[in-house]
Design a protein around this ligand. Structure first.
Ligand code: SF4
Ligand code: SF4
Length: 378
């Protein structure tokens, strides 16, 4: 296992982190984790050098933290850096922040969290946190030792990312990044920005929810097959990330010993800047093939927003594109149902045409929204 210095802290973190949100469950119930198996997998990973364990209040319907607490008994707590996240959307006052942190310490059976994150920051949540004086909360939790380092995870655009990075003395941040998302959300520029300010950077969605590792299209397979050193698509995804010196740790939601072994093996040799120019070009070729499957050329600029009826136009288009790029309609349909409220869905379009007048790409928004409905709602 390779380790990297974690930003301005003096901690050394394993470049592979264990994300505790995808354990196998019983009876298809997300909150009923197969405990015996999950504990075995976590401890096996730790025994093989993983020292960054990432959970959150919300994972597995609130049951991930108690599971991690159990897994870290018998001396395992001392071997790892434990990361968890404040449930941003549940916070309704300054007091709530202390309430949830104290509950998390109990569920995790520990007296401190090493890496504590504000979960899933976006513009709305950030405004709310500022209103409730989140800086006072973090200052006090750091001072009394309940948390060792403060950070945040992020899902919004680059300008907000930079604003948040510059708003507090964070030790680290967590962003979505993979070879398809170099210009999405914080993206490559955000990664470099945070690292230049000496923040440790944790990467989530290294394989875009698994899309870059499963159902690989034939034309993509052919490109990977051209490589001199043969690697699985998943390993290429990880190697791309670890090749960046700015990346500290890459999270993987692991639930099979064979995947854990594969990831650990890759993490033993993935030094920064270790890919050859040819290999980087190969990844770029794969990326271009995926990008060529894009259905609608929406840039996500949001000039069309707000829709007077609440339709979240760019999110609908992003899901339609994902379904086409990765060929996994089921996964995108599931995301469509979970992540969009009823009024935000394409089927709520009243065809008023306001959005089309504002779109700099001159997209036929109404027509494509109908395609979204046909793809995800029929
Ligand atoms: S055409 Fe549809 S999506 Fe566009 S603004 Fe009108 S209701 Fe909203
Ligand atoms: S204005 Fe056009 S390109 Fe921009 S987000 Fe809306 S649909 Fe996409």
């Amino acid at each position: 296992m390779l380790y990297r210095k974690f930003g301005k802290t003096n901690e050394e973190v394993s470049i592979l982190g264990f994300g505790c949100m995808r354990f196998h469950v019983i009876d298809n119930d997300i909150s009923k984790i197969n405990e015996e198996e999950a504990i075995k997998q976590l401890r096996y990973s730790i025994d093989n050098g993983v020292n960054y364990i990432d959970t959150a209040y919300i994972y597995h319907g609130g049951m991930s933290e108690p599971l991690v607490g159990k897994a870290l008994k018998d001396g395992y707590r001392e071997k790892v850096k434990l990361a968890t996240k404040l449930p941003t959307w549940l916070i309704k006052s300054r007091e709530d922040m202390d309430k949830y942190l104290n509950e998390q310490l109990e569920k995790l059976q520990t007296d401190h969290i090493d890496f504590y994150l504000l979960h899933a920051l976006n513009k709305g949540y950030w405004e709310k946190f500022k209103k409730y004086n989140v800086f006072d909360f973090l200052d006090k939790a750091l001072a009394d030792g309940r948390i060792k380092y403060a950070g945040f995870s992020f899902h919004d655009d680059l300008s907000l990312f930079k604003e948040i990075v510059d708003s507090y003395s964070w030790s680290f941040c967590q962003i979505q990044y993979n070879f398809m998302d170099e210009n999405y959300q914080a993206g490559k520029e955000g990664l470099k920005y945070a690292a230049a300010k000496d923040l440790g950077v944790v990467i989530m969605e290294p394989l875009r929810g698994g899309s870059l590792a499963r159902n690989i299209p034939e034309d993509v397979k052919k490109i990977w097959d051209k490589a001199e050193v043969k690697r699985s698509p998943a390993e290429w995804g990880f190697r791309f990330l670890w090749n960046h010196p700015e990346v500290s740790v890459v999270l993987s939601g692991m639930n099979e010993i064979s995947h854990i072994d594969e990831n650990i093996k890759a993490a033993e040799v993935s030094y920064p800047n270790s890919l050859t120019e040819k290999e980087i070009a190969l990844i770029d070729e794969v990326k271009q093939i995926y990008k060529s499957r894009i259905k609608i050329n929406c840039t996500g600029c949001k000039y069309c927003m707000p829709c007077p009826f609440g339709v979240d136009i760019p999110s609908n288009f992003e899901l339609l594109n994902d379904a086409s790029i990765y060929g996994d309609i089921k996964a995108s349909k599931n995301k469509y149902n979970v992540s969009l409220k009823a009024n935000e869905k394409a089927s709520n379009c009243k065809e008023c045409g306001k959005c089309e007048k504002a779109c700099p790409q001159h997209l036929q928004i109404r027509k494509v929204l109908k395609e979204v409905v046909n793809t995800f709602e029929k």
